[in-house]
Each structure stands twice: as C-alpha cells, then as structure tokens.
Design a protein around this ligand. Structure first.
Ligand SMILES: NC(=O)c1ccc[n+]([C@@H]2O[C@H](COP(=O)([O-])OP(=O)(O)OC[C@H]3O[C@@H](n4cnc5c(N)ncnc54)[C@H](OP(=O)(O)O)[C@@H]3O)[C@@H](O)[C@H]2O)c1
Length: 319
C-alpha cells in the first residue's frame, strides 16, 4: 500500500513519521513546501503523479487567534484544500483520513460531545474546520474525520512547551480554570491513525465517518498546567505559583468553548483500543523536554515564542 501523509513539521505529522510502519506500507510524507493545501491546482499535479492508495491529511491552519484576522487563509487551508483533496480522492477511489477539532462545537453542552452532535463553532478557526469536515463528507464516502483536542507533543508549538518556558521565566502564572477538555498527546494520535491505516491496508472493513479520539481523563487548562509543572519539578524544573483565572479575565481574539470534551466510545469500540491517560503521556513528554533543556545542542528553533499574545497571560491554547 502507498500511503501519502500531508504535513511534515506539525505535531501530528512528526509523530506519524516516527511510526514503525510495516514494510508493506510505503509512506511518502510531504510538507507545505511541496504540498500546499492552499494551492489545489498545484497539489492536484502531485496527486495525479502518485500511486496513492490512502491519504492522511495532517496539515491545517491551526493559529486559532490569528485566524480571526486571517480568515481567508484559514478557510483556504482548512476548507477549500480538504474539499479539493476529497474531490480528487472520490474521482480516484482513494480513502482519506482527515483530522479535525473539538472547536467545531460551541462548548455549551453539559456532557462530552458525541460525533453526531450538531456543530456550532464560535471562532473562525472552528468554522473553517467545520466547513472542511462538511466538504470532505459531501465529496467522499470513504473518509474518516478524526476529531481530537488540546494537542501537545515534544515538538512544535503547544501549551506544554509554552508553560515550561514561562515557568523558567516567571514567578507567577495565571491560567484559565473554567475551560474543560481532554489533552491529547500527538504520539497517541499517530497511534490511532496507524491502527486505522493498518486495518485499511489489510482490507478489513471499516465504518467510514467521524470519530472522536483524545487522551483519557478530563481537566482544565489550570489542571493541565498544574500537573505538567509539578511533573517538571521532579525533573529539576521551576514551579512558579499558578493562579486560576476565569475566561473573562483572559480575553483572546478568538472565543474558546468552555466544554471541549469529546466522547470517544465509538473509537474505542470500533478499534478495540483504550485511550491512554493524558497524565501518562504528559509525564513522558515533560521528561523528554526537560532532558532536552539540559542538552543545549538538542534545542531546535521550534522551541520559540508561541504565536499568541504576551507570554504571562496568553500561553498557546490551540485546538
Ligand atoms: N494543535 C491542537 O491543539 C489541535 C487540537 C485539535 C485538533 N487539531 C487538528 O489536528 C491536526 C494536526 O494539528 P497539529 O497540532 O499537528 O498542527 P500543527 O503542529 O500546527 O501543524 C500544522 C501542520 O499543517 C501543515 N500546514 C500548514 N499550512 C499548510 C498548507 N498551506 N498546506 C499544507 N500543509 C500545511 C504544516 O505543514 P509543514 O509540516 O509543512 O510545516 C504542519 O504539518 C489539524 O487538523 C488540527 O486542526 C489540532
């Protein structure tokens, strides 16, 4: 089987590159420089030239706050690109695994969201992802839309890395405590995608459609920060005072859903896999990052400033 993965340097994309794929699955991974989702005419040529049996789209516009002032770019990458991609997949009978987000929901539910709940995004990023989902569904039967949330890893830009950097610089961190969600480690998402790919490659039946996949165990951004900084302390990190604040005290360009919890039973039953507790994954990633911090040559340019706002009050909270 020839598997094409779109996205190369993103959190999920990098973990997909680290999967121990069986020899029978030949993987080609293309980053934005070669496969730009905002340029369908160009990427169609790449699709036409390949022997693809299955495509995973791990590329997306993920700058939640910036999307409010760059809607054109967000919609081009998150809606129009996936629409064209799914259209090509339909014409050529190639299945597509496409990633999406909890931010397609408005967060007003009092229970975790199930796959069939109606979407109602409250920011531009969520709207662009929701419309991307609709476009994929409309164009292609053989699709999986995998919604996940609060993604973090040892690479790229994310909440865990922002927190560790800020903890080294500040004596107090003020963190939102009234948004609830499910942190998800990018290696776990890669594991979930690999399970689907293996099943498709083996010709086993799969129920096409939408799935939710996250880490196990809910928390708030405040709970997430408290746990990861406590953990980093065990590896020699600083643990400043953490003050819980409300969303109201933390204005951001993009509104965030208060309830980001995704119900993942459908995934668990369909793929017979348990979700990994987010604390376990978080501990591993914090340990890796703390070790890298002690080894200057291991630090990469990606360990930079998060895109959003001033450091103390606006760590990157992406979904
Ligand atoms: N981050 C989160 O908290 C979060 C939460 C819920 C859902 N998700 C979803 O999960 C998926 C993966 O997210 P992530 O955290 O891995 O994102 P990320 O770290 O921000 O990486 C984004 C990826 O998108 C690629 N990309 C950006 N613009 C592109 C373009 N014009 N054409 C092609 N590729 C482009 C980047 O390409 P290069 O590799 O070439 O740089 C990179 O691989 C996305 O669908 C996202 O919406 C993320």
């Amino acid at each position: 089987m020839n598997l094409l993965i779109i996205g190369q340097h993103g959190q999920v994309a990098r973990e997909l590159a680290a999967v121990a794929w069986p020899e029978s699955i030949r993987v080609t991974q293309l980053g934005r420089a070669t496969f730009d989702l905002a340029r369908p005419a160009q990427f169609r040529t790449i699709l036409e030239g390949g022997p693809w049996d299955l495509i995973v789209n791990a590329g997306a516009y993920t700058a939640v706050d910036r999307a409010e002032s760059e809607p054109g770019e967000a919609f081009a990458i998150n809606r129009d690109g996936p629409a064209a991609l799914a259209g090509w997949c339909s014409e050529n009978r190639v299945p597509l695994i496409h990633l999406s987000t909890d931010y397609v929901f408005d967060g007003t539910n009092h229970r975790p969201y199930v796959e069939s709940d109606p979407v109602r995004p409250i920011n531009v990023y969520g709207q662009s992802k929701a419309e991307g989902e609709s476009a994929v569904r409309a164009a292609l039967v053989t699709h999986v839309i995998l919604r996940t949330s609060w993604v973090y890893s040892a690479h790229g830009r994310n909440f865990v890395k922002s927190m560790l950097r800020l903890a080294a610089e500040r004596d107090e961190l003020r963190i939102v405590r009234d948004q609830t969600g499910l942190p998800t480690a990018a290696p776990e998402i890669a594991r979930a995608i690999a399970a689907m790919v293996r099943r498709i490659a083996a010709g086993e039946p799969i129920d096409w459609g939408t799935y939710h996949f996250t880490g196990a165990g809910e928390t708030t951004w405040y709970g997430f920060a408290s746990y990861l900084l406590e953990t980093s302390k065990a590896f020699g990190g600083r643990c400043p005072r953490i003050t819980p604040i409300s969303t109201r005290e933390f204005p951001t360009p993009a509104a965030r859903p208060l309830n980001s919890r995704l119900e993942c039973s459908k995934w668990r039953y369909s793929f017979d896999q348990e979700l990994r507790p987010w604390r376990e994954s978080c501990r591993e990633i914090v340990r890796t990052l703390m070790h890298e911090a002690e080894t200057p040559e291991a630090v990469t340019p990606e360990n930079g400033t998060p895109e959003t706002g001033t450091p103390e009050t606006k760590p990157r909270m992406t979904s």
